[in-house]
Design a protein around this ligand. Sequence first.
Ligand code: C2E
Ligand code: MG
Ligand code: MG
Length: 727
Amino acid sequence: MWKRGLNWCSVPVLDFTETLSRQSFFLSIQRGLALVLPLVMIGALALLLRNFPFPALPILLDSLFGNSWRIACDNLIAGSFGIASLAVLCTFSGALTMFHNQSRTGQFVSPVMAVVVILSCFFVVTAPAESTLWKTVFSMDRGLLVALCVAGVGCGLFLRLAGVKCLQLPLGTVAHDPMVRDVFTIMPAGMLTIALFGIIRAALVMNGITDLHGEFSALLTQLFSHARNDLGFGLVYAGISQLFWFFGAHGPNLLFPVEESFLVPAGIANAKAILSGHAPGYVFTKSFFDVFTRMGGSGSTLCLIFAILLGSRDGGSRKLCLFALLPALCNVNEPLLFGIPLVLNPIYLLPFVLTPLVQTLAAYAAIVLGFVPYTTADVIWTSPALVSGFVATGSIMGVLMQLVNLALGTTLYYPFVRLSEQLRERQGRLALNALLHTATGSAVGAGGRKCIERPGEEGRLAKALAADLLVALKGDDQLFLEYQPQVDVTRNRVHGVEALLRWNHPAYGRIPPPVTVALAEDTGCIDQLGLRVLKLACRQRAKWKGRVSEELLMSVNVSPYQLESQVFDRNVIAVLDASGVRADQLEVEITESSMLTPGVVPVDVLRRLRNSGVQVAIDDFGMGHTSLRYLNQLPVDTIKLDRSLTDENRGGINDHIVRSIVELSRTLDLTTITEGIEEREQLTRFRNLGCHIFQGYLFSRPLSGEDCLAFILSWVDSPAARACAVK
Ligand code: C2E
Ligand code: MG
Ligand code: MG
């Protein structure tokens, strides 16, 4: 489907990444992170305001509100970023449990219970010793990795233990409420899971580990104890801090001691050297990383935003990027880390780690070769990209270097944005196929709705598409019609055209019309959609006036739901009047499966319509829903033979059915149209059975209005027409 760039479909990495990213574990992480986005967004904005890079705004706020705006910001940060890891713990384990429930019919584990068990596990391992602050445990930058580990390991264990028969309490009728019974059944699994975390904690404490984050940070810092300020150090530091971010731990914070004891002094030494007229000696300083490799925050996520804005067709991702742009401009990357999400997202691992490495290398080379000055000044970490480049180096070359690095990063992220979209499209297509199956089937869900009540991915996609359909109905660029000619081979002319609905979805491409129609029926906008189709079809027919035969019929499909409206016929007449199309130039098609029987509302509406001159066709006829007995009592002019009848081999029972339908319709003076003619043999066979009006790919696929007109005008003299004339 992609025309530009590398086609990842030909690369095995796509299958591998897709397999990974479709694992319920990774999907749960993505959902878990995305679910806490409101916290992250408000936290990001509060953080940005609290550390605003230009003093004018804080001064203004001080004069207006005193110190209270700072207190408000701090409270917002504490209540959002400050508890983000706890929130992710809950959302991640809840999502894992929901996937478990979907994939295993028969065993239901309450997501609320799973969240409660995992909360308990979390506190068992992290319950602070006296000196530790709760903030450390709950906050996003310090607690997220432990939260993800506890939720991943704990929830996996709990769900597994919940399925172990000998751990289930046989208390079938413990209460009237089935939920209470479910809880009792898996209670031992929950207790065991928590107890195991108790053992882990005891083992840690016995080994002298009370502050996981602190211990880990100390361990990492040791790696750099003998480091020198050279390229190897720069790359290892940039790479490690990125890698930890990928796993949900704030890399630069984990490596804070390195920053404090190594990078900050290097910056000060550079500044002193400049002051004393010497050449600065350290390439890698805190400012170097802030300015050249963390534009938009760790991972140079500003580049990812540009790559998405440049290359993504997905409206949702683009919108998220617009939301994330302001914080990212000031180097707050959390909205993106949680929103895309980047944390533990296998698709973005490579560029997320590679981008800062390449940028480190490029900026190092530029400084060493003398193109860009050394970083000699401190930069407030929220200073926007380009401004920060100038402040840190005191030269426009610093800004140019940032531009080069932004371009490099965007180029690196770009193919992965495409890959991510291809995967999403692939997964979307699978869900769309399932939805098509549902839409064309006869089963209906709760409230008579076919699609949007479906469980799992299918239902989620249906709901999202239904919302998009409402948007599409407001505009005029996504919904349009194509026209498929119906050819009368005996009279050697085009008998009519069928208008077929098309929806070009911005992310999923073409949506099959039965899905669009079922979604419109589910959400109650079918009247609006039907009216749109009718207007477009009539407008097209009016455009052809004078160029095609007056007898050429425009056929429009109508959903049985539309006929439930008592004013449907009046609406149709109003559209005809407005467009200047004669009533007898329009035909409405209603599928046979709508169970047309005399005396029901839809039939009355159809009768009124027919009395005003509009023709009526029964679509997909031959499936046995309409009793032939009723055929003469129904207000019908045309029957369209179902494609399943044309598919069958010659001489089968279908031939007898077709012959009797053709004979009956001749007796009742009805027109018969045979659909789905793809091969010449089918044409010959149906001609021998007495049919003479055909619609199908052999003649033409559905066409745009212009192409269809060209087909109609050229048909008489075409070689195809001459071939059809020979029986
Ligand atoms: P339908 O009314 O029976 O339309 C004929 C369908 O068969 C069209 O599919 C057409 O593209 C396809 N077709 C035509 N010739 C051939 C052929 O030779 N071989 C094969 N394999 N297929 C052929 P499409 O456009 O996907 O529409 C599917 C169905 O969606 C329609 O079946 C109709 O029931 C519904 N639909 C389409 N547009 C509308 C609409 O505006 N309103 C309503 N209510 N339903 C619509
Ligand atoms: Mg039709
Ligand atoms: Mg049909």
